[in-house]
Design a protein around this ligand. Structure first.
Ligand SMILES: NC(=O)c1ccc[n+]([C@@H]2O[C@H](COP(=O)([O-])OP(=O)(O)OC[C@H]3O[C@@H](n4cnc5c(N)ncnc54)[C@H](O)[C@@H]3O)[C@@H](O)[C@H]2O)c1
Ligand SMILES: [Zn+2]
Length: 453
């Protein structure tokens, strides 16, 4: 009572694109009277019986939603069981003094007298802690929990707890990351670690030859979990390996690069490359959990960090906040939450998830024109953001200041043809105001040309 469940619940519901339901309100509507009058007439016991039945029904509803429960609902064992089975349960913590100030003078039956209110708080607090999966600081924390994403400094050491289930684990990492963080991951997984595998670092991991080898080496059965420790390449490759191995086994990405922590590890897209292009074979295969330990970024080379910063700036521009200014822990948490929310709203990339491609039409054209050598994805995205922002009619100052994009030497015609091939038909771009925005070809060509030295 008075904790701010409705405010937070409504924000989370909006972020996740789910309905918000206030179960107390629904009960009042069904009882056709206020909770206060029902209490007065029938007593608390009778109320709890109704409340429990209706809360369990709401929890069992097939439509995922954000539910705000009445303060006493969790005193009923049936409600606690349904929460365990069906929900990510969030405790909106508040000190009793603040809560009392908010509810004092209201008609809530259990908030009529200060002493009794404080006693009730003390009595319920342990129960709340027992059912809660987390005590969030804000809506981002809730979004991340709903997506199964753990962002936490030191998470690598707690890996065994964060990988759901108790079956065997196959640890897949790139040989470079294995040398730096592999030992700690193995130690953390001790009891469950059944096998370890190494992939080549970089894009070579995302080839059919690498996956052929991995699939043949894997010994896990259906009860097993693949844990992918590394950057976006390891995660894309191991995730796709998990999607297809035995027709799909559980997997958990453990993101070690900035690109992976703010982008590749989130959203369940997995893929490998073909000679014809990048990410052409893959699957949507949402991980059972995602582990992000910002402390791992301390060993990341500067050049790799810059790769990630382009995606951070992209995310900040979309979110309308300078997320790039935050210290690592917060920067990663906020970016990860932003992407997680979009992916939960549009898991199969049919609509607004396209927004995450801001600047990428230009970037892909530049990368293709360079033959995927000499121009990195991060550099290309930094340039692509310039073009997208200019076409959105906004100021490029921030992007220039943080990412310092420099025009690249590639063949203009080749870049233009690559862009047209990518688009096939009308030139519809992601701009700051939305996706699928039709832009005249000459404007697109002009902006592309400005990115080329
Ligand atoms: N699935 C998706 O949604 C998605 C999104 C974005 C990018 N991606 C993919 O991600 C890939 C790029 O990811 P990336 O930039 O992480 O590349 P990467 O996996 O090749 O990692 C970059 C380099 O950094 C090293 N490295 C990683 N973590 C380290 C650490 N903590 N300390 C020291 N070195 C470390 C790696 O060994 C590698 O050499 C691309 O193939 C891209 O297509 C996928
Ligand atoms: Zn990108």
């Amino acid at each position: 009572m008075g904790a701010g469940k409705t405010t937070l619940g409504e924000e989370v519901a909006r972020r996740l694109g789910r309905p918000f339901r206030d179960v107390d309100r629904e009960i009042e509507l069904t009882l056709n009277t206020s909770i206060k009058s029902f209490f007065a007439e029938h007593g608390e016991e009778a109320f709890r019986v109704r409340e429990s039945a209706m809360t369990v029904r709401a929890l069992r509803d097939a439509t995922p939603s954000v539910l705000a429960l009445g303060g006493g609902a969790i005193t009923q064992p049936a409600v606690r069981e349904a929460l365990r089975e069906r929900a990510v349960t969030v405790l909106v913590d508040v000190d009793p003094k603040t809560a009392w100030e908010r509810v004092e003078g209201s008609d809530r039956p259990l908030a009529q007298e200060r002493g009794a209110f404080f006693a009730l708080y003390d009595q319920r607090a342990p129960l709340y802690r027992e059912v809660a999966d987390l005590v969030p600081r804000d809506a981002d924390d809730v979004v991340l929990a709903a997506a199964g994403v753990h962002v936490e400094r030191g998470a690598l050491a707690r890996l065994a707890e964060l990988v759901p289930g108790d079956g065997p684990v196959a640890l897949v990492s790139d040989s470079h990351v294995a040398g730096i963080h592999g030992a700690q991951a193995q130690l953390a997984l001790r009891g469950r670690l059944a096998e370890t595998h190494e992939l080549p670092p970089g894009e070579e991991a995302k080839t059919l030859a690498t996956l052929d080898r991995l699939w043949q080496e894997l010994r896990l059965d259906r009860a097993g979990t693949i844990v992918a420790l590394g950057g976006g390449c390891t995660i894309d490759a191991a995730g796709f390996a998990a999607a297809a191995y035995l027709r799909g086994v559980d997997w958990v990405p453990v993101a070690t690069s900035l690109v992976a922590q703010v982008d590749a590890a989130i959203g369940g897209k997995t893929a490998i490359d073909l000679p014809q292009g990048k990410n052409l074979v893959g699957a949507f295969h949402w991980p059972v959990a995602t582990v992000i330990d910002p402390a791992l970024l301390e060993t990341l080379p500067d050049a790799q960090r810059r790769e990630g910063m382009s995606e951070v700036v992209k995310t900040g521009l979309l979110a309308g906040e300078p997320l790039w200014e935050l210290p690592d822990n917060e920067l990663v948490r906020r970016c990860a939450a932003y992407k997680a929310a979009i992916c939960l709203r549009d898991p199969h990339d049919r609509g607004e998830r396209k927004m995450l491609n801001l600047g990428h039409t230009f970037a892909h054209a530049l990368e293709a024109a360079a033959g995927y050598e000499g121009v990195t994805h991060g550099q290309a995205v930094a340039l692509g953001l310039l073009a997208a922002i200019r076409l959105s009619g906004r100021d490029i100052g921030q992007v220039e200041e943080i990412l310092h994009p420099k025009p690249v030497k590639v063949d203009r015609e080749r870049a233009w043809q690559a862009l047209l091939r990518d688009k096939k038909g009308a030139l519809k771009l992601v701009l700051l105001d939305g996706y699928d925005i039709e832009v005249p070809a000459e404007d697109v060509r002009r902006e592309l040309d400005r990115l080329i030295a």
